[in-house]
Design a protein around this ligand. Structure first.
Ligand code: THU
Length: 133
């Protein structure tokens, strides 16, 4: 699955965004090691804090299908400067792959590739063995 194809799938998912409150549509396409792709879009709610981000939707779809081995994710917005995932989404992605490749893209075709480790070098991690002082 090449970069352009993954972006195309994220754009398609973005078209399904339910974002009447922010008017900001986001799409994501998550590639797994097996070659499967799971997509997601942001889903807003009248109770604003219930909003689900596109990346989280894609992760939930993949995990629900039994896939957890994530290789790369494309995230598409219409911002001139492609936007990185929010902090919560970084933590969500780090749960499964702390250094997943992230394609930050926009609807005009611009994109930049970063690794999660660059954006989020110190996730909340490893509950076991860390409480002893
Ligand atoms: N949003 C995402 O879907 N992913 C992010 O990483 C950042 C923000 C959504 C949430 C909300 O529906 C809209 O973008 C504006 O914040």
């Amino acid at each position: 699955m090449d970069t352009d194809e993954l972006i195309k799938l994220a754009v398609r998912a973005r078209n399904c965004s339910h974002s009447p409150y922010s008017n900001f549509s986001v799409g994501a396409a998550l590639l797994t090691k097996s070659g499967a792709v799971f997509t997601g879009c942001n889903v807003e709610n009248k109770s604003f804090r219930l909003t689900i981000c596109a990346e989280q939707s894609a992760v939930a779809a993949a995990v629900s299908a039994g896939e957890r081995d994530f290789v790369r994710i494309a995230v598409v917005t219409d911002l001139a400067k492609p936007a990185p995932p929010c902090g919560a989404c970084r933590q969500t992605l780090a749960e499964f792959n702390k250094d997943i490749e992230i394609i930050l893209a926009n609807t005009a075709g611009a994109h930049e590739i970063v690794k999660l480790g660059q954006l989020f070098p110190r996730p909340f991690d490893d509950l076991e063995g860390t409480h002893a002082v």
